[in-house]
Design a protein around this ligand. Structure first.
Ligand code: ANZ
Length: 846
């Protein structure tokens, strides 16, 4: 049989695995554990495209290989199933969000199951199930009791059209990004978490995890710890003072003006009559920008601002300097006021140029007339700081300010407390009631769950109350214990809540008496490998760490950090075709005419662009169709063969890539299985070994590389090594059955259906899922040695004996290390290094 029938094999093995509960989580605790976790998806209405499962396939290879290596593996899938899209769809279809969610989950589950992913489906969870969110509410209570949850009246981004608050990330230039509906700042009573209490812990914990550097950096920046000082500036003609936060108190002598955020409480009283209209107009304009817009604009050269007419007194030298208002100063950071030192701060410099304010150099090292000098150097024009290095000057000036009572050393964070309530229906209700005095009362664990009441309209009420306010029977209740009248909290929790702890519920998904079993938690935690998109580098991963650290402090979990190792899979892109009006076309509607892309029917010119896959861009490739056409194994392999896991990849032609990995699997089949598909091929022989160095080496190298890939996650090159073995084995007349079997074992995590089938044809009664992983022998990998010529500027000066599979870097290093060559290189610099594989190294030294 030239090819194998995935139509038979895929469903056959999927049902055998299901019937035998092959991937049920082991219950014996004698073996070492491995917890491999995927970021669980939001089950959206459009189902999976081929970009989604890349990470899941990668973790599946790891999970399958780890089982074969003797680990107890925990591998579960679930659904992040609360959230706004289901609620919007519910309004559209007039169907309950639960129904919509169930429908989407069914689609997702079916699609994932077709890929043969080795999840323990008996442990599946959904954050919107009451038996799950009961425990989300319970965890909220633990944080509340610890004093970490509080209510505050806060300015929020309120969108009247949607009737909800929006996150800062969702707002751009005063409008909701998705729909363009206007957003206003409104004061509302919100639930907040004191995540800022954990700022230092969240920083320190990063030292103990194996995460990508970029992600660590993003978390550090988000937390934004700054050391500096709060400094008081007097105001000319007033008893009040302006407090500023600065990280560079050493530059106070170069302070030439003070800037207040537009929202600063002193703006009104400091504004003099003559400039009042200008200041008011400025405040109006600034009010329309979101904080995020203001941060991103802060780096632009063009500054906006307005003079208040008042002057401040510089505490180090008594100079009177003008007080401005500008929106590059944020009300929510520091004290909402800064002193500006244009000579040594870029934003201040741009502002000073714009408004012709003085620039005074106080640290030497640059030309401050041209640009701000932010480097280190010695102080000048700074009286008692002159001659000091700026880092020492910071300490000295803080001492001076503290002695004079004009300032204090201070540490500040960018991190803000976490706004934890939403005016939405499809989320977890809070386990909180308010008595008639409006005081919040936490329910007891025994009162949980607070079930989401049934509603038939999911928009907020007309007066802006959350949708749950409509459920009056539910809202009106009593204080447990006293029977006093009370009303329930009608906000719900944000979608982040469930994803903060789902990985703990996977450990005991059916436990009714607790969120998780403590002994089981001790066994399984921390998560050994967590794979998901880099878009979660900050919020999800910071929020989950915060909850986890609190749970750790409460003695409820055994590890301070939840996710030991983190890895981001890259995003798969696909060419999209759009005309100048950003109308998208399907690839079938496009053709090339005179070397240019046009729409077939109309001749309209088209621009092709690599983009994220999305329905609206008509560039989605459907995995179901590929599974049907080429089989799950070919698709799984292609997902990992395309390129390094962390890179973004171009999917390429719709099917070309998958047909390539399918051809490889067909070759494996022909090599291993006889013509009628009933047993081993004629090649397979009972002999122990065969004198075929290339083949033996290819086998051991492939085992080594696949074994390493299970840790390094460098799958694409490991697959290439398996392809080399398959080619060599195809060429060979005789291959020891043992070698074919070892190869099938290492291929099985990638192509589990095909490999279990071949394994069975080779007469084995039990499948490969727990078959011991094969070992490799380094000595079988060395090929014979070869001789490389070493040239200096093209003249041969010597030779070296090296292993035939030497890499370029190794060859060059070996050439340089050769004693005979050293004398030619003395006192010279190597300008170029040229390597001709298997022949020579040429060092161009001058
Ligand atoms: C004077 C100064 C002189 C500053 C200088 C810097 C360099 P990070 O590291 O981000 O904490 N700043 C303080 N509060 C601000 C606010 N609410 N909005 C905008 N900017 C604010 O930066 C702290 C620095 O950012 C502070 O130090 C302050 O400018 C500014 F040569 O003070 B600096």
């Amino acid at each position: 049989m030239a090819s194998y029938s995935h139509h038979e094999i895929d469903p056959k093995w999927q049902s055998i695995w299901a019937a035998n509960q092959t991937f049920a989580t082991p219950t014996d605790r004698s073996k070492e554990k491995y917890y491999v976790l995927d970021m669980f998806p939001y089950p959206s209405g459009s189902g999976l495209h081929v970009g989604h499962p890349k990470g899941y396939v990668a973790t599946d290879v790891v999970a399958r290989a780890k089982r074969m290596m003797g680990f107890n593996v925990l591998r579960v899938m679930g659904w992040d199933s609360f959230g706004l899209p289901a609620e919007r769809q519910a309004v559209k279809e007039n169907l309950h969000p639960r129904k919509i969610t169930e429908r989407n989950v069914t689609t997702f589950r079916t699609q994932l199951q077709k890929l043969g992913l080795s999840y323990d489906w008996s442990r599946e969870v959904a954050t919107s199930d009451v038996c799950f969110y009961k425990w989300t509410q319970w965890i909220f209570l633990q944080l509340y009791k610890k004093g970490l949850a509080y209510q505050a009246e806060l300015p929020v981004n309120w969108c009247p059209a949607l009737g909800t608050v929006l996150a800062n990330e969702e707002v751009h230039e005063g409008k909701y990004k998705e729909t363009g509906d206007p957003v206003e700042r409104r004061l509302m009573k919100q639930w907040m978490f004191r995540i800022t209490d954990y700022a230092d812990r969240l920083l320190e914990g990063l030292a103990d995890v194996d995460w990508p550097n970029r992600t660590l950096k993003k978390q550090v920046e988000w937390i934004g710890k700054s050391k500096g000082a709060d400094v008081q500036f007097g105001i000319v003609g007033s008893d009040e003072c302006i407090e500023v936060f600065t990280t560079r108190p050493d530059t106070l002598f170069g302070g030439t003006y003070v800037v207040l955020a537009p929202e600063h409480p002193l703006v009104a009283s400091l504004t003099t009559e003559s400039v009042k209209p200008a200041v008011e107009e400025y405040l109006r304009q600034a009010g329309q920008k979101s904080e995020r817009d203001r941060i991103s604009e802060a780096v632009d050269a063009v500054k906006t601002g307005v003079f208040t007419g008042s002057f401040a007194i510089n505490p180090v030298n008594g100079e009177e300097i003008p007080i401005w208002v500008a929106d590059y100063v944020l009300a929510s950071y520091g004290t909402g006021a800064v002193f500006a030192c244009p000579a040594h701060d870029e934003r201040d410099h741009a502002f000073a140029i714009q408004f012709e304010l003085p620039i005074i150099e106080v640290v030497q090292g640059g030309d401050v007339a041209k640009s701000a000098y932010t480097g280190n150097g010695k102080h000048v024009n700074s009286e008692f700081l002159d001659g000091l290095d700026n880092r020492l000057a910071i300490e000295k000036v803080i001492e001076w300010l503290e002695a004079k009572g004009r300032g204090t050393g201070r540490i500040r964070y960018k991190l803000r407390d976490w706004l934890f309530s939403r005016q939405r229906y499809w989320g977890e209700p809070f386990p909180i009631v308010f008595n008639d005095q409006g005081q919040p009362i936490a329910l007891a664990a025994g009162d949980l769950p607070v079930e989401l009441p049934e509603l038939d309209a999911y928009k907020p009420t007309d007066d802006g109350e959350p949708p749950l306010a409509r459920a009056t029977d539910w809202v009106n209740t009593t204080v447990p214990g006293t029977g006093e009248h009370a009303v329930r909290e009608t906000n719900t929790m944000p979608q982040w809540a469930g994803s903060c702890w789902y990985y703990l519920r996977y450990i005991s998904p059916h436990l009714e008496t607790a969120a998780w079993d403590r002994d089981e938690e001790k066994y399984w935690m921390p998560v050994d490998l967590y794979v998901g998109g880099e878009e979660h580098a900050v919020l999800h991963l910071l929020y989950a760490r915060f909850w986890h650290q609190v749970l750790f402090d409460l003695g409820l979990v055994s590890t301070p950090e939840p996710f030991k190792r983190l890895y981001h899979q890259g995003m798969i892109h696909k060419t999209s075709y759009a005309d100048d009006n950003r109308r998208y076309y399907h690839v079938d509607q496009i053709e090339t005419r005179d070397g240019k892309l046009v729409v077939k029917e109309t001749g309209v010119p088209i621009t092709a662009k690599l983009e994220k896959m999305s329905k609206s861009k008509l560039n989605v490739v459907n995995p179901d169709q590929l599974c049907a056409q080429y089989g799950a194994d070919a698709l799984r392999l292609y997902e990992l063969f395309m390129g390094p896991l962390e890179d973004g990849n171009d999917w390429g032609d719709d099917t070309a890539g998958v047909s390539g990995t399918r051809r490889f699997l067909d070759r494996v089949w022909r090599m291993a299985v006889n013509g009628d598909g009933s047993g081993p091929s004629d090649k397979a022989s009972d002999i122990e070994s065969v004198d075929n160095k290339e083949l033996e080496r290819a086998l051991h190298l492939a085992i080594k590389r696949v074994t390493e890939a299970v840790t390094s996650l460098r799958f694409n090159t490991a697959i290439a090594d398996m392809m080399v073995f398959a080619n060599e084995a195809t060429k060979a007349k005789v291959v020891p059955t043992k070698w074919i079997e070892a190869f099938i074992q290492i291929l099985s995590p990638f192509a589990p259906h095909l490999c279990d089938e071949i394994w069975q044809l080779y007469g084995h009664q039990t499948g490969l899922a727990y078959h011991p992983w094969p070992s490799y022998d380094e000595s079988k990998m060395v090929l014979d040695t070869i001789t490389l010529a070493i040239q200096i500027k093209g003249k041969t000066r010597g030779t070296i004996e090296v292993s035939a599979d030497i890499s370029e870097a190794e060859a060059i290093a070996a050439a340089k290390a050769e004693p005979k060559i050293a004398k030619y290189l003395e006192g010279k610099t190597i300008r170029r290094e040229i390597y001709v594989p298997k022949r020579l190294v040429n060092l161009v030294a001058v």
